[in-house]
Design a protein around this ligand. Sequence first.
Ligand SMILES: [Zn+2]
Length: 197
Amino acid sequence: MSRPTCPNCHYPQNACLCASIETMQVKPELIILQDPSEVGHAKNSVRLLELVIPNTQVVVGETADDFAVLREQLAQSKKPVYLVYPSDTSVSANQTKIESEVILLFLDGTWRKAYKLLQLNPWLQAYPALHLDLDSASNYTIRKASRSDSLSTLEAAAMMLKAIDAKQNVAPLTNALSAMVEQRLASMPADVRARYR
Ligand SMILES: [Zn+2]
């Protein structure tokens, strides 16, 4: 039997995050390509990202065929499209002037899953790639919320928004992430929790 979930945030009712969600509007369009195995993953940050920035688009799939509709949508769009992924040819989002009316593509999941998505979707490499300078001051502030070594998609989105517009307030994103981390810590046995503090 599955645990009852909150109809709004879809987290378990005893870990409902609604009180910590403050929505925000941003100029860049965020599109998340998500591996099917990440859907419903408890630690996945994309659901939280969608709650905070409601016009975030999430497209679940693996192969180029799975993303056919998205590819058509991108081909029709007049906005510049960037892939957020570190590579030999990517440029630093923190050191490049990027206009605000853009489409940002994110590959959700672990490093391994994101790499697999990229291999299965060579069409993505037609778009210029951006990476984030993780040691820049504002990015460090964003990362403090997570206490994890891997960058979540929500954190990457917050950092990209900040890189594009330094005045952009990303606190609704980092606050929601902190709340999720706190909920998870609160649900752990004390001895396990001690390792994360
Ligand atoms: Zn809720």
